[in-house]
Design a protein around this ligand. Structure first.
Ligand code: GDP
Ligand code: IMO
Ligand code: MG
Length: 428
């Protein structure tokens, strides 16, 4: 019996959606604890693809899914997603989906400010997803955010009018953009409120009851460890804590309830948006991985930057999240390559660096130190047991385990739920 947290170890898009969907079979509840519709999680079940941005990836397995208080939610996007899933025959009734009354609401002015800032900062763009994530978390910290409980409150309209006045001042006077039409926004939000009200509840109380009944909970992270607001490549990060510790804050449970933490690792590294990336490839190998791995963002459609696997990052992720194991994804993409490289450390001004540097200036000067391993030519997508993996593939995985001191528990060889080798189920 265990409650587990699943987090990304790199810069997002590691295949969390696939692994959460897979492991949701063994859990009763799936709770997402941070981020918003900057996330794009893809699941493929019996050849059918599902993409979710807000609804936890356990919904396809028919589990009760919870949008935690640590999330920021665009109601329009959530309603569209509920309709999309319902059209595909997924149960997204208020029995199956719960929204924390403390989750913050992304308002139109958050999106407008996200776009205006990126446009104004052409030299120092973060490359955000433009979904209003940063401005919404800013308002949360500044104590002028709108939570779902406030959306349902009779004082909502006056509250929003006051905040919107200030936002429109920034939008028009500082950024020289169009203002938000406040009354139109309020009319639309009345409709969203009516539609979403049945889903809103005190999720900390619900999860507590679930845990007391000895049911199992899977806490689903979005983004990745190196996009964490504290521990990532700041300022090229998202605006929430993506590490496992936030599973507690972002869902209203204490740390004693967490038993295991699984880190999702793509068999190589990708990044979408700006920011440092020591093992990035700018050559044919990078293009090969990008094309074979179909590395385009599920949220913005942007081409993902690709590079070799970096065990400096993975050791960082193992420590920051207290990882109990890894799930390695997209191993099939690395087939047909003569040799593969694993970054074991960095070289900085003649010295070896084993810990991920905080200073971006230091990071920019770090040269990756690589170990080269022989590749394999077999197609792995049909392999279902560890013993059937080519010897060179097993050596590659073993080297990652040794360099990170973290066991690999799950190996994914294709997007489908069944294209998986389960070595050690974290729920058992
Ligand atoms: P997430 O944001 O971490 O959930 O990851 P995304 O869904 O954004 O990106 C991962 C992509 O890789 C999706 O298109 C998945 O369907 C796909 N995928 C996941 N695991 C595998 C795998 O083992 N092999 C291949 N080829 N594709 C995979
Ligand atoms: P999933 O959950 C990859 C990146 C953006 C940008 C930075 C800040 O699918 O792994 P934001 O809109 O959050 O303010 O953008 O973070 N980013 C992601 N990159 N996967 C994600 O989510 C991401 N969510 C945000 O590209 O660089
Ligand atoms: Mg994604």
């Amino acid at each position: 019996m265990a409650n587990i947290v699943i987090v990304g170890t790199q810069w997002g898009d590691e295949g969390k959606g696939k692994i959460v969907d897979l492991l949701a079979e063994y859990s009763d509840y799936v709770v997402r604890f941070q981020g918003g519709n900057n996330a794009g999680h893809t699941m493929v079940v019996n050849g059918e693809q599902f993409i979710s941005h807000l609804v936890p990836s356990g919904i396809i397995q028919g589990k009760t899914c919870v949008i935690g208080n640590g999330m920021v939610v665009d109601p329009e996007v959530l309603i569209t997603e509920i309709d999309y899933l319902a059209d595909k025959g997924v149960d997204v009734s208020s029995q199956r989906l719960k929204i924390s009354e403390k989750a913050h609401v992304i308002m139109p002015y958050h999106k407008a400010l996200d776009h205006a800032r990126e446009a104004a900062n052409c030299k120092k763009q973060i490359g955000t997803t433009g979904r209003g994530i940063g401005p919404c978390y800013e308002d949360k910290a500044a104590r002028r955010g709108i939570r779902f409980v406030d959306l349902l409150d009779s004082g909502f309209e006056d509250n929003v009018r006051a905040v919107a006045e200030e936002k429109n001042f920034y939008l028009t006077r500082f950024y020289e953009c169009e203002p938000i039409d406040v009354e139109d926004m309020i009319t639309r939000f009345r409709a969203y409120r009516d539609r979403l009200a049945p889903y809103v509840s005190d999720i900390s109380v619900i999860i507590d009851e679930v845990l007391r009944a000895d049911k199992r909970v899977l806490f689903e992270g979005a983004q990745g460890t190196h996009l964490d607001i504290d521990h990532g490549t700041y300022p090229y990060v998202t605006s929430s804590n993506t590490v496992s510790g936030n599973a507690c804050c972002g869902s209203g449970v204490g740390p004693r309830k967490i038993d295991k933490v699984t880190g999702i690792v793509k068999a190589y590294t990708t990044r979408v948006g700006k920011g440092p990336f020591p093992t990035e490839l700018f050559d044919d190998t990078g293009n090969f991985i990008q094309e074979k791995g179909a590395e385009f963002g599920a949220t913005t459609g942007r081409r993902r930057r690709c590079g070799w696997i970096d065990t400096v990052m993975l050791r960082n992720a193992a420590r920051l999240n207290s990882l109990t194991g890894f799930a390695v994804t997209k191993l099939d993409v690395l087939g047909e390559m003569e040799e593969l490289k694993i970054c074991t450390g960095y070289q900085y001004r003649g010295k070896q660096v084993y810990h991920f540097p905080t200073s971006l200036n230091v990071l920019a000067e770090c040269e990756p130190v690589y170990e080269t391993l022989p590749g394999w030519s077999q197609d792995l997508s049909g392999v279902r047991s560890y013993a059937d993996l080519p010897e060179n593939t097993r050596s590659y995985l073993k080297r990652i385990e040794d360099l990170t001191e973290t066991p690999i528990e799950i190996i994914s060889v294709g997007p489908g739920r069944n294209q998986t080798i389960m070595l050690n189920n974290p729920f058992q």
